[in-house]
Design a protein around this ligand. Structure first.
Ligand code: NAD
Length: 502
């Protein structure tokens, strides 16, 4: 791609669309709507790039991934400014998001060889005369479809690990954050000019994403809502393209009798309100045991009173990035209040800035408890004990993440293990997302497959098994020349080795 095209990606496109600043409506950029032919072209270009990229080996890739992260670190404030303008989040939150992405890039580059490289494994009794080898090979071109809420961190969770595993990537950012996606691909070309086509971006709406599903990629990594995830799976099923599904959540926090209540309240407010609540692993529900319920509600109320949405430097969080999301928030609030919920703070949705809203006594069957709200809202529910809290936490079709607050390590770890979710943090919120060695992903309607960590590297590979005969045995059991008595001899060996187990 020429420099002119990088600066003005829509220069030659027939159909284009605009991305806008959600706070002001100002146009951030104009982008092409890539059609199926353009998407296929990018994937074909990626195939050649993937072969050369794989041939560089772990060290060659690690070196280039380091150049990319160096570039991101040097340009951090510029990228954060773009994220602020296109997504609406405060500049400081954008810096935090990019920092996490850089850390993941570093980890993926540094650990790919250990997680994926060739190794010898035990061949076992029946193949004792063979050497057995295992390695994890790249898939070729990986398609990545991303959301808008963390436009750097979220797609990079797939991109960084797919690249480190030896794949090329074609990335379709959300139609709400195409400028950030285009910026990332341009940054890659600048930082890694000798493998420029290893990370390409195609822009557009759902149709462009659907075209990527059908373009012959080795895997499709999707991050977005569960309803769209179903469509992506259906499109990928046509060509048996494997998928990774990182979907929504309805994460809960459990606050037990012995919790540090002030710390729990502080974490709940951050987990629910930061990024205007538009966080897949955001806290949307809190279950608090009766002895600490009143204190917890008072602490939350106090902290929330100081928070204000806006797009200025003093704002705690920004606007709803996607204007239609404000309607979902309004529907959940109306539904909850008409079912008898009390509003501790907020409760009004006017325009794109939603005040921090805390709801009490929300019936468990209401939308505000059952569906993903994706806004700066929190329901707080009194429960008899932590067991009831866990039962209610797990009574959801989602299962992405969650948090437990308790001073008892054993109790907290037990609750965390039994929480039906892919990730749980004890005495904090969201922490697992910043630990590169931990896998990230959900259960149930929150999806399947994992990004981050060794599992995240393996997700973008296929396991390859090889055996090599070191010396022939006098009797070959897998030959028509084997003597008739061989089966009896084998049965005797099996009896000796395994027969004593009852
Ligand atoms: P979305 O499902 O509306 O869109 C996600 C992406 O899919 C966009 O790029 C969109 O253009 C594309 N798309 C739409 N229709 C498509 C189709 N038919 N075929 C292929 N692609 C299509 O989600 P969103 O509103 O951008 O993001 C918010 C959602 O993402 C929330 O549910 C949130 O919880 C979830 N999310 C999950 C994670 C996670 O890691 N589990 C992370 C961030 C966000």
């Amino acid at each position: 791609m020429s420099l002119a095209e990088q600066l003005d990606p829509a220069a030659d496109a027939t159909e284009t669309f605009e991305s806008t600043d959600p706070a002001t409506g100002a146009v951030v950029g104009v982008f092409p709507v890539h059609d199926a032919a353009a998407v296929r072209e990018a994937v074909e270009r990626g195939r050649g790039a993937a072969q050369r990229w794989a041939a560089l080996g772990f060290d060659g890739r690690r070196q280039r991934l380091a150049a990319f992260r160096g570039h991101l670190a040097r340009e951090l404030h510029g990228l954060a400014d773009l994220v602020h303008r296109e997504n609406g989040k405060p500049h400081a939150d954008a810096v935090l998001e990019i920092t996490l992405a850089i850390d993941h890039l570093a980890w993926a580059g540094a650990h790919a060889r250990r997680a994926l490289g060739p190794r010898r494994v035990r061949a076992g009794v029946l193949a004792a005369n063979h050497a057995a080898y295992l390695e994890y090979q790249p898939l070729g071109v990986v398609g990545v479809i991303g959301p808008w809420n963390y436009p750097v961190f979220t797609p990079m969770g797939s991109i960084a690990y797919a690249l480190a595993a030896g794949n090329a990537v074609v990335f379709k950012p959300s139609e709400y954050t195409p400028a950030v996606g285009t910026w990332l691909a341009a940054a890659w070309r600048t930082a890694v000019p000798d493998a420029a086509d290893v990370l390409q971006v195609v822009t557009g709406f759902g149709g462009t994403g659907a075209a990527l599903c059908r373009a012959g990629v080795g895997k499709l990594a999707f991050t977005g809502s569960a309803p769209t995830g179903r469509k992506v799976m259906a499109a990928c099923a046509e060509t048996l393209t494997p998928v990774l599904m990182e979907l929504g959540g309805k994460d809960a926090m459990i606050v037990d009798d012995d919790a540090d209540v002030a710390a729990a309240a502080d974490a709940a407010v951050w987990g629910a309100m930061s990024n205007a609540g538009q966080t897949c692993i955001g806290i949307e529900r809190v279950y608090v045991t009766a002895p600490v319920y009143d204190r917890f509600v008072a602490e939350v109320g106090e902290r929330v009173r100081d928070l204000r949405p806006g797009s200025d430097d003093g704002a705690a969080y920004g606007p709803m990035t996607m204007p239609s999301q404000a309607d979902v928030v309004r529907r959940h609030l109306d539904d909850a209040t008409s079912a008898g919920a009390r509003t501790l703070t907020g409760g009004t949705v006017q325009g794109v800035f939603v005040p921090p809203t805390v709801l009490l006594d929300v019936p468990e069957e209401s939308a505000a408890v059952r569906e993903e709200t994706f806004g700066p809202t929190l329901t707080i529910t009194r429960v008899a004990d932590a067991e009831e809290a866990l039962e209610r936490t797990n009574a959801t079709s989602y299962g992405l993440a969650g948090a437990v607050f308790s001073r008892s390590r054993a109790r907290a770890m037990d609750l965390a293990r039994r929480m039906r979710s892919g990730m749980t943090s004890v005495n904090s919120v969201l922490t697992f997302a910043g630990v590169p060695s931990l896998p990230f992903g959900g259960v149930g309607e929150s999806g399947f497959g994992r990004i981050h960590g060794e599992d995240g590297l393996k997700e973008f590979t296929r396991a390859k098994a090889i055996t090599r005969q070191r010396f022939p045995l006098p009797v070959d059991l897998m030959s028509f020349s084997r003597p008739p008595a061989a089966a009896d001899a084998l049965a005797r060996v099996m009896r000796l080795v395994h027969g004593r187990h009852r």
